[in-house]
Design a protein around this ligand. Structure first.
Ligand code: NAP
Length: 251
């Protein structure tokens, strides 16, 4: 599926997992792509991915390290992508972390860290990108939430709050930006096989699989396919939505 004219994308947290699959899919769809990782340590791998995308798909691709929780770094990231490509059509806010624990024992720093990356980081990038997109009168923002942000999950008060916050943020900015031809949607993955879910024991994995109508955990590519649709020009009448990609787990 070759995208036509609107073709520069930034995917936060795209050095691994779901973000990487999204970057790969958008490049395959013809987008120039900016790959992002949280720190300089991840930059060689992120640059390797960018080089591979450019070689495989004939697009422009670059890598930038930035901690999205830091407003100045997030703004520099968005501006870096805009300057490199001369426009910014798609922002995928995918960077995210977990610091799981039961409520009674959850440390302040674990609550704050998760909110700072998952929610504030999404806000930081949306704010910076919206300024460019409003001038362009075009944009597609896709925020990665979670089914946990919709339904909650024991042991993830911080993560659930951050992902529910992402949904509220998405709906608010969808209303604010729609008049400028900018959409904002949230995707809510279920259990997807990445480093984030690697820690699950075989027993936990079997119990989770049993709850999923499709009887399998998701792959990063399952999420990327949905993000790729919402990133397209033709998805312009879809905004403010939360779309689950969970194999029917939340049914
Ligand atoms: P992952 O494999 O742990 O990868 C996380 C990515 O985010 C990495 O590229 C990481 O970069 C980046 N990142 C972390 N903190 C960052 C920061 N402060 N600034 C910039 N980048 C940062 O995670 P994943 O499973 O692919 O999850 C991706 C997104 O999907 C997250 O928002 C997550 O909450 C959401 N999600 C995942 C699942 C699941 O089952 N896996 C389910 C629902 C939602 P570094 O390599 O530099 O650390």
């Amino acid at each position: 599926m070759e995208e036509t004219t609107k073709r520069a994308a930034l995917v936060t947290g795209s050095s691994r997992g779901i973000g990487r699959a999204v970057a790969e899919r958008l490049a395959a769809d013809g987008f120039d792509v900016c790959v992002n990782c949280s720190s300089e340590a991840g930059l060689p791998a992120a640059q390797e991915l960018a080089d591979a995308l450019a070689a495989a798909h004939g697009v422009r691709a670059m890598a930038l390290a930035a901690n999205v929780a830091d407003p100045a770094a997030a703004t520099a990231l968005v501006e870096g992508a805009f300057e490199a490509f001369g426009r910014l059509d798609v922002l995928v806010n995918n960077a995210g972390i977990t610091r799981d624990g039961l409520l009674a024992r959850m440390k302040d720093e674990d609550f704050d860290a998760v909110i700072d990356v998952n929610l504030k980081g999404t806000f930081n990038c949306c704010r910076a990108a919206a300024q460019r997109m409003m001038k362009q009168r075009y944009g597609r923002i896709v925020n990665v939430s979670s089914v946990v942000g919709v339904a909650g999950n024991a042991g993830q008060a911080n993560y659930a709050a951050s992902k529910a916050g992402v949904i509220g943020l998405t709906k608010a900015i969808a209303k604010e930006l729609a008049g400028r031809n900018i959409t904002a949607n949230a995707v809510a993955p279920g259990f997807i096989e990445t480093d984030m879910t690697d820690a699950l024991s075989e027993k936990q994995r079997a119990a989770i699989t049993e709850r999923i109508a499709s009887k399998r955990l998701g792959a990063p590519e399952d999420v990327a396919a949905l993000v790729a649709f919402l990133a397209r020009e033709e998805a312009g009448y879809v905004t403010g939505q939360v779309v689950c990609v969970d194999g029917g787990m939340s049914l």
